[in-house]
Design a binder for this molecule. Sequence first.
Ligand SMILES: [Zn+2]
Ligand SMILES: [Zn+2]
Length: 146
Amino acid sequence: MPPDFRAMLRGASLRVTGPRLAVLDAVHEHAHADTDTVIQRVRADLPTVSHQAVYDVLRALTVAGLVRRIQPAGSVARYEARVGDNHHHVVCRDCGRIDDVDCAVGQPPCLTASDDHGFTVEEAEVIYWGRCPDCASPSRVSTDQP
Ligand SMILES: [Zn+2]
Ligand SMILES: [Zn+2]
């Protein structure tokens, strides 16, 4: 059963609108979607929604905590519906694939700073960089190498 997006919006004190429902649906269906992907999926249902409207909805949902925004170095911003569990990401250096990695400890921050400089540390943002199985496979057909 899909999540009740209307209840989620109301719970975050946001008015229920067509674009907001469509963006939530797109982000739930497609983890780590970039803005262009979200726009495409929203427009499949609501062809007249503008880019700006989708940007605005993504920002409002992110601020409300219904959507999480991540932006690995060298990547465009990506959005996901899995919020509030302090999970991390593994990113492929070659193709940009992103997968979820559960928090190593279970609650933030799951890395203890060697010197916190007196800060109250709330979270550690961890990105594991490497190569995905497809890109690491030696049998991968490569067109850019002799
Ligand atoms: Zn890859
Ligand atoms: Zn994620």
